[in-house]
Design a protein around this ligand. Structure first.
Ligand SMILES: Cc1cc2nc3c(=O)[nH]c(=O)nc-3n(C[C@H](O)[C@H](O)[C@H](O)COP(=O)(O)OP(=O)(O)OC[C@H]3O[C@@H](n4cnc5c(N)ncnc54)[C@H](O)[C@@H]3O)c2cc1C
Length: 282
C-alpha cells in the first residue's frame, strides 16, 4: 500500500492526473505558455472487448471536453487499448468511433506506434482510416529498419507523421541496436519528412536531433512553426519555453489515467536520470 502510494506520487511527474478533467487543466496551463498539447488516456494491451469498449468511450468523450474547455489539444491513442491484440476488426470499429468523435469537433487523432508485433496491423488500420478521413496521423519509430520505406509510403499518401526514436524493446533483426544508428535514421527521416511530409511532428528531447531539424528546415526553406517539436509532459520543461521563444510550434504529450505503470517504466528505462529522480524521492 505504502509502495503503491509512493509510486503514484512519483508518477505524477509524468502523468497529468487521474481524470481527463485534471489533464485539461494541465493543458490550459501549457497553452498559456504558448504550448499545444496532445491528450492521452493511459492504457494498452487490453484483454477483453469490454475493456476496449470502455477505453473507446472514454477517448470519444475527450473531443467534447476539449471543445468545451477551449484548449488547444488533439488526442493520441493506442490501438492495443482499443482491442488490436484481441481482434483487429474490433480495433477498426473502435477507431472509427473515435475518429467520428474527433471529426464532430474538428479535432485530430494521432495513432501512437507500439511494439513491433503491432506495427503492420497498426499501419493497415491507419491507411484504411486515412482513406476515409484526413483527421488522423501516425507515429513512426526511427529505430525500426523498415521505417524508411514506411515514411516514403506515408508521404506518398499525403498523411502526417510524428517521428520518434521508439520506446519498446526490439530484436536487432528488426531494430537498429546502436544509438548512433537510431539517431542517424532519425535525422534521415526528419529530412524526408521536412521535404515531403504533411503535418510533421518531431518527438524528441534530444538537442542534437532538434539542431539537425533546424538546419534542415533552413536549407529547405521551411519556417520553424511549419512543423512541430513534441516532448513528453514532465520532461525538459525549460526547453519547451526556449523552443517557443525561437519560433517553434511545440506540442506536449499529456497522459492521464490510472493505468500508468507501462508508460512510467518505459520512461525509467529510457534515461538513468529518471531512475535517479525516483530513488532521490523515495
Ligand atoms: C511526444 C512524444 C510521443 C511519443 N510517442 C511514441 C510512440 O508513439 N511510440 C514510441 O515507441 N515511442 C514514443 N515516444 C518515445 C520515444 O520513442 C523515445 O523513447 C523517447 O522520446 C526518448 O527518446 P529521445 O528522442 O527523447 O532521446 P533519448 O535518446 O532518450 O535521449 C537523447 C538525448 O536527449 C537529451 N535528453 C533526453 N531527455 C532529457 C531530459 N529529460 N533532460 C535533459 N536532456 C534530455 C540528452 O542529451 C540525451 O542524451 C514518444 C516521445 C515523445 C516525446
Amino acid at each position: 500500500m505504502v509502495m503503491t502510494k509512493a509510486l503514484t506520487f512519483l508518477a505524477r511527474r509524468f502523468v497529468a492526473g487521474q481524470t481527463a478533467e485534471e489533464a485539461i487543466e494541465a493543458i490550459r496551463r501549457l497553452n498559456k505558455q504558448g504550448l499545444k498539447a496532445t491528450l492521452d488516456f493511459l492504457g494498452e494491451e487490453v484483454e477483453t472487448e469490454e475493456q476496449a469498449g470502455a477505453a473507446t468511450k472514454e477517448i470519444s468523450r475527450l473531443f467534447e471536453l476539449i471543445h468545451r474547455a477551449k484548449v488547444d489539444s488533439n488526442v493520441s491513442i493506442k490501438l492495443s487499448q482499443m482491442g488490436l491484440g484481441i481482434d483487429p476488426s474490433m480495433a477498426r470499429r473502435n477507431l472509427e468511433k473515435v475518429l467520428d468523435g474527433a471529426a464532430a469537433h474538428g479535432n485530430f487523432v494521432r495513432i501512437d506506434m507500439e511494439g513491433s508485433k503491432h506495427t503492420q496491423k497498426t499501419l493497415d488500420l491507419f491507411y484504411a482510416a486515412f482513406e476515409k478521413r484526413k483527421n488522423v496521423g501516425i507515429v513512426i519509430q526511427s529505430y525500426l529498419r523498415r521505417s524508411l520505406a514506411d515514411v516514403e509510403e506515408i508521404c506518398k499518401r499525403g498523411a502526417g507523421v510524428r517521428l520518434c526514436k521508439g520506446a519498446y524493446k526490439e530484436p536487432k533483426e528488426i531494430a537498429f541496436p546502436k544509438k548512433e544508428e537510431v539517431n542517424e535514421s532519425y535525422d534521415r527521416l526528419t529530412e524526408i519528412l521536412l521535404e515531403k511530409g504533411a503535418r510533421t511532428g518531431l518527438a524528441t528531447h534530444d538537442d542534437a536531433r532538434i539542431e539537425f531539424a533546424q538546419k534542415a528546415a533552413r536549407r529547405l526553406g521551411r519556417k520553424l512553426d511549419s512543423f512541430e517539436i513534441q516532448m513528453l509532459y514532465g520532461l525538459r520543461k525549460k526547453r519547451w519555453a526556449e523552443l517557443v521563444r525561437q519560433g517553434h510550434a511545440v506540442r506536449i504529450y499529456v497522459p492521464y489515467g490510472t493505468h500508468w505503470m507501462p508508460y512510467y517504466f518505459r520512461r525509467l528505462r529510457e534515461r538513468k536520470e529518471n531512475v535517479l529522480f525516483v530513488l532521490k524521492n523515495l
